[in-house]
Write a protein that binds this ligand. Structure first.
Ligand code: NDP
Length: 484
């Protein structure tokens, strides 16, 4: 079996050839990949399901997200990667531009919760920018990771362009220090912190997409029934194992009772038992279910009330009941730490100010949502939330919009994926300065008689002198010095 360093070396050997292709040629390959993926959507979804115990709709959704993102990348990457002219400021006799060059080999380390969509998005963005990739999928979703590698090899016809490092966390740790040029990590804040420390020695740059504790703010003027339906979907989708799941709701006191009642009624309808009509799948494993149970026990022992659910579902897998919790506060882990399960704790607030303060009182800062009938009010609140994305009257959907940069603040990481910002994460901007007018001697060089102070003073007068006479005098002195 090849070592992790061997995989990086193999990817590096083919990267130069890949980078030599134009962005348009690389986009053609991405479109070919999109066709392959779309044609095999059902069989790909089945692999995702067998890895993660997701329901069919969720698995198919991952395939759809990947296809849509490929389409976006193929159409937009050539434009976003085109070199741009730059202003030259006071060095106006030169011409300047910025080129977006690939890093080389990217380490893409991805989690199990969206093993296809996240791996495809990270790998394909890196490829679009001209990089090669070593992908380290999660040990909990190995078949999907392997499949991503196979699909890429078929579409690119370069089997070494995307290498897959199968293994556990130790394989990931080995990849971080295997001489890659940048690390794109999606996973927990705890692992992200370790990776950043490991990358520090070699100053390897990284983009970190980490955990979340998304808040939902429901204003007094919200459509309560719609907000309740949205809350249940946003908190329970994917069995709550989504980085941007709604993990806490702050609800205006005036509508709190009505909202809680509507949420409980809605959540009661969610089918979590095994079977073809299940609306949420199983949790990934006992380790994740036990973490949720620990948080619920801690909350109960501090006075929280579980109005619905709170227990594992009997039967195969690691299913968990949709769970609604009230009488919670920020002393409880359930309001501070990432839960990653189908659990919604709800807290009443006096006004928008208190909601904003509590929403910002978090180690995380991924996404948030504001629910109100008043768009100006929602936007005023959105401006003050210290997160990467705010959605008004919905949640989660920003990830489906390929043109939006996605990423967080604080413990949710830094850097962005998606959008032009995400594409440029995988490039090194290189500045090029060229002649526009060639002079025998530059005004800022040693001028043969002194330090160049006279020329700099003339330049300052010419560009920044307050009076026209001062500017003109500066200009003449510059010309005289240049031709001397
Ligand atoms: P982990 O941090 O446990 O694992 C993520 C990846 O890192 C896996 O491939 C894992 O391998 C690998 N890994 C583990 N230890 C190391 C190490 N020391 N060095 C390098 N790599 C390592 O996250 P989960 O897989 O449990 O995913 C869930 C987390 O991901 C949640 O916190 C969620 O919020 C976050 N997430 C964030 C997203 C975002 O875009 N912000 C999107 C999706 C999820 P292995 O699994 O084999 O141990």
């Amino acid at each position: 079996m090849e070592t992790v360093r061997g995989l990086v070396d193999a990817a590096r050997r083919v990267q130069t050839e890949w980078a030599a292709r134009s962005p348009e040629e690389r986009a053609e390959v991405l479109l070919r990949l999109r066709r392959i993926v779309a044609d095999r959507a059902d069989s790909i979804a089945w692999v995702i399901q067998s890895d993660t115990a997701k329901i069919g709709a969720e698995a198919l959704f991952e395939v759809g997200v990947a296809c849509d993102y490929l389409r976006y990348l193929a159409h937009m990457a050539p434009r976003f990667l085109a070199s741009r002219k730059a202003k030259t400021g006071w060095i106006s006799h030169r011409r300047a531009s910025v080129r977006y060059e690939p890093y080389g080999v990217i380490a893409a380390i991805t989690p199990w919760n969206f093993p296809f969509a996240i791996s495809m998005s990270t790998v394909n963005t890196a490829l679009a920018a001209g990089n090669a990739v070593v992908l380290k999928p999660s040990e909990h979703s190995p078949a999907t990771g392997k499949l991503v590698g196979e699909l890429l090899a078929e579409a690119t016809e370069l089997p070494d362009l995307v290498k897959v490092a199968m293994g556990d966390g130790q394989t990931g740790a080995a990849l971080v220090t295997a001489g890659v040029d940048k690390i794109a990590f999606t996973g927990s804040t705890a692992t992200g912190t370790k990776i950043m420390a490991a990358a520090a020695d070699s100053l390897t740059p990284l983009v970190l997409e980490l955990g979340g504790k998304d808040a939902m703010i429901v204003c007094a003027d919200a459509d309560v029934q719609r907000a309740a339906r949205g809350a249940v979907w946003g908190a329970m989708y994917g069995c709550g194992q989504v980085c941007m799941s709604i993990e806490r709701a702050y609800v205006a006191a005036e509508i709190y009772e009505e909202f809680v009642e509507a949420v409980v009624a809605e959540a009661r309808q969610v089918r979590s038992a095994d079977g073809p009509d299940a609306q949420i799948g199983s949790m990934i494993g006992a380790f994740q279910r036990e973490k949720v149970e620990r948080q619920l026990d801690d909350a109960r022992s501090s006075g929280a009330r579980v109005l619905l659910g709170g227990r594992a579902v009997d039967g195969p897998g690691h299913r968990f009941e949709p769970t609604i919790v009230v009488d919670v506060d920020h002393d409880m882990a359930i309001m501070r730490e990432e839960t990653f399960g189908p659990v919604l704790p709800i807290m009443p607030v006096e006004d928008d100010e208190q909601a904003i303060r509590l929403a910002n009182q978090s180690e995380y800062g991924l996404d948030a949502s504001v629910w109100s009938r008043d768009s100006e009010r929602a936007n005023r609140i959105a401006e003050r939330l210290e997160v990467g994305t705010v959605v008004v009257n919905d949640h989660l959907i920003n990830y489906m919009m390929a043109d939006l940069p996605f990423g967080g603040t604080r413990g949710s990481g830094f850097g962005r994926v998606h959008g032009r910002e995400g594409l440029r994460e995988f490039t090194r901007p290189k500045a090029i300065v060229e002649d526009r007018i060639a002079l025998g001697r530059e005004p800022y060089w040693f001028d043969g008689t002194g330090s160049g102070e006279e020329s700099i003073s003339a330049l300052l007068d010419f560009r920044h002198g307050r009076r026209l006479r001062q500017k003109m005098a500066g200009g003449w002195r510059l010309i005289r010095n240049a031709v001397r």
